[in-house]
Design a protein around this ligand. Structure first.
Ligand SMILES: [Mg+2]
Ligand SMILES: [Zn+2]
Length: 186
């Protein structure tokens, strides 16, 4: 089984410093859903791992988060893309949970759910903590410069081997041309 793990905000959809609090605020980055469709066509199951502390902050509730994800799934479907599963952490940093990135909890859950090692699995994020959570889980980190990515790139301190691309569409175009040996899970 081939998996790829994506962050949501700033990778698939435009991010906002005020959080994505409603379906109306969820707007895809041009080319991102088509890139997911290309991954699907190449045999990849696409999984999201997303920090959603807006839940803990009571900026939106679970019903709204579900509605946001319904909009995402519908938009994906319209271009032939399928997002297999969405894992999210609803906690605030102060909750000290195990799932909020940069911790590896969501990645461990993904590994359990799909019964695969994450060694060599590509993961794409726009924040350092996305790449850190992936890296300690054995994933190969990719930074995109959309969302917070430009700032993340300037700040530096990226996990070793992090590859940088302008956006998800560019990452996927390059990734699907590279040999699968470094990208396929064991
Ligand atoms: Mg993000
Ligand atoms: Zn959590």
């Amino acid at each position: 089984m081939k998996l790829i793990i994506l962050d949501r905000d700033g990778v698939i959809n435009h991010d906002s410093p005020d959080f994505i609090k409603s379906p109306a605020e969820w707007v895809p980055i041009p080319g991102s859903l088509e890139a997911i469709a290309r991954l699907n066509q190449a045999g990849y199951r696409v999984i999201i791992a997303s920090n959603q502390s807006g839940i803990a902050r009571e900026l939106f509730d679970m019903t709204t988060l579900n509605a946001i994800h319904q909009k995402m799934h519908n938009a994906a479907q319209q271009v032939g893309a399928d997002i297999d599963a969405v894992f999210f952490c609803p906690h605030a940093a102060s909750d000290n949970c195990d799932c909020r990135k940069p911790k590896a909890g969501m990645f461990e859950e993904i590994s359990k759910r799909f019964k695969v090692s994450l060694k060599g699995v590509p993961t794409v994020g726009d924040s350092l903590r996305d790449l850190q959570a992936g890296f300690i889980s054995g994933c190969v980190p990719y930074l995109v410069l959309t969302g917070k990515g430009e700032k993340t790139h300037q700040t530096g301190g990226l996990p070793p081997g992090t590859q940088v691309f302008p956006d998800l569409a560019a990452m996927v175009a390059a990734f699907l041309k590279t040999p699968a040996s470094s990208a396929a899970p064991n």
